[in-house]
Design a protein around this ligand. Structure first.
Ligand code: SF4
Length: 462
């Protein structure tokens, strides 16, 4: 039997070297040196262009056809959060991969990975829905998502802005069993962040809004609504393949977008960084109607690399938690979380409507497609449909650090120690609303009559 080629993924090494050089303020002078260093380390198994392109991707740039890392045109691009597409191919890495059935092609649920006439790896962006799981399955680093940490590190080093970390509900347990949320917060503060907030608190806000949306939109036997505004891949799947269902999507923005908008409404000069397991969030943050809420998106893997590069051991940090979210907001991190949170909140807010609440939850892109097909043909007996692109929900996202099952257990356990069961009992939700003034609510959490209704209910003007 022919010997299988050993995996040769230089990407983690390059991410570390780029983050380290950026942290030391030497990235531009050291970029070609990093290229040489990595080639030596991998004993010339990688081509110079392949390494140069991995460095570019780590810097947030598109791969190019040159063996040098940067060209003059790149200076400007390096200042921003990056550009679409986020998931890119580095085909030089494919030479280490055996011919035949390729893992990347098999893993893509929408057949967006193809070859050109020369057999070079190509992504068909007409089909790609940006979930990023293909990056995970390639042992050779031929697929990657562009990082956004180079300009972020510069802002943190300069301390030029208040910078908030909005940390996704799936964060529980990701950085190891000894890393508590309070230790993670202290480590982020040490890195230069102004504070860490739970995105789950903003999920609380959206949960309340969706409970009212359900009350408004689902009135008859045939009415239903599609939720999971938190999953951009699920939304993209509906928009691209099931356009007749677009009207049924909740008009709420995702908790990530709500967190950025609320923080900036309260402190306009702030920068907001979303940290989660999701690659698609990098694209969501750049959508024309949402742009500006979130300045940078990092995966858990990227954040762990930055901590390593900055020499910060999270376990050694003081445990100073600033927890604010309810159980309902925290369980958004796993499949079924949104339905359970909205169902419990509906029961608390409009109990008579909770009796007819019929949720269905689905995860993984193939199963999401099957459920959407059943809705189209009227075969689904449900009126609140939650779809999550990753198996297990966000705990199964491609930028995670631990297996999805473990992630789910940590999310459930962190949810269970919350001070509030649903947003209805969470004083931090009312504190935000009081600080914002209710008029701003539609603008921050998504248009639609429900924002107005929620604002009225909360002020007692229903
Ligand atoms: Fe991103 Fe979560 Fe959707 Fe996966 S399930 S694509 S991690 S939002």
């Amino acid at each position: 039997m022919a010997e299988q080629p050993k995996p040769l993924n230089i990407r983690p090494r390059i991410l570390y070297q780029v983050a380290k050089a950026a942290w030391e303020g030497k990235l531009f002078e050291q970029r070609e040196e990093i290229c040489r260093l990595v080639m030596q380390e991998f004993q010339d198994k990688a081509t110079q262009r392949q390494v140069a392109n991995q460095i570019r991707i780590a810097m947030g740039l598109d791969p190019h056809d040159d063996a040098a890392v940067l060209t003059e045109d790149d200076e400007l691009a390096l200042m921003g959060m990056g550009s679409e597409p986020v998931v890119v191919a580095n085909p030089d890495a494919c030479r280490s991969c055996p011919e035949g059935d390729r893992a990347c092609e098999k893993a893509c649920p929408v057949a967006a990975i193809t070859r050109d006439e020369l057999g070079r790896l190509r992504i068909n962006y007409e089909k790609c829905i940006g979930d990023g799981h293909c990056v995970d399955v390639c042992d050779f680093g031929a697929l990657a998502h562009k990082s956004q940490f180079v300009p972020l590190i510069e802002i943190l080093r300069q301390r030029s802005h208040p910078v908030y970390a909005s940390v996704a509900p799936a964060f529980a347990g990701q950085f190891g069993p000894n890393v508590t949320p309070g230790k993670l917060r202290s480590a982020l503060l040490k890195l230069g962040f102004t504070d860490m907030v739970e995105t789950a608190l903003y999920a609380d806000l959206i949960t309340m809004k969706e409970a009212f949306e359900y009350d408004h939109f689902v009135q008859t036997e045939t009415d239903f609504m599609l939720t999971s505004c938190c999953c951009p891949v699920w939304i993209k799947l509906i928009e691209s393949r099931f356009p007749e269902l677009i009207d049924r999507i909740s008009p709420s923005v995702s908790p990530m977008i709500a967190s950025g908008r609320v923080i900036k409404a309260l402190q306009p000069e702030a920068k907001v960084v979303f940290i989660g397991p999701c690659v698609a969030k990098k694209s969501e943050a750049q959508l024309p109607d949402l742009k500006g809420a979130i300045d940078f998106v990092l995966t858990f893997q990227e954040l762990a690399t930055i901590f390593a590069a900055a020499g910060i051991n999270i376990e050694d940090q003081p445990d100073e938690e600033n927890a604010q979210a309810s159980w309902g907001g925290r369980i958004y991190g796993r499949t079924g979380g949104v339905s359970s949170a909205v169902g419990s909140t509906l029961k608390a807010l409009v109990p008579r409507r909770a009796e007819n609440f019929k949720p269905v939850k689905v995860d993984g892109i193939p199963d999401c497609q099957k459920v959407l097909d059943r809705i189209k043909t009227g075969q689904l007996d449900a009126n609140f449909i939650e779809g999550m692109a990753c198996k297990g929900g966000c705990v199964g996202g491609p930028g995670r650090l631990i297996p999805p099952e473990e992630g789910t257990a940590y999310v459930n356990s962190y949810g269970s120690v919350s001070h509030a069961q649903t947003p209805v009992e969470n004083p931090h939700v009312y504190a935000i609303l009081a600080r914002l003034g209710h008029k701003q609510l539609p603008e921050l959490t998504g248009e639609g009559p429900m924002s107005v209704l929620l604002a009225r209910k909360l002020t007692g003007n229903s």
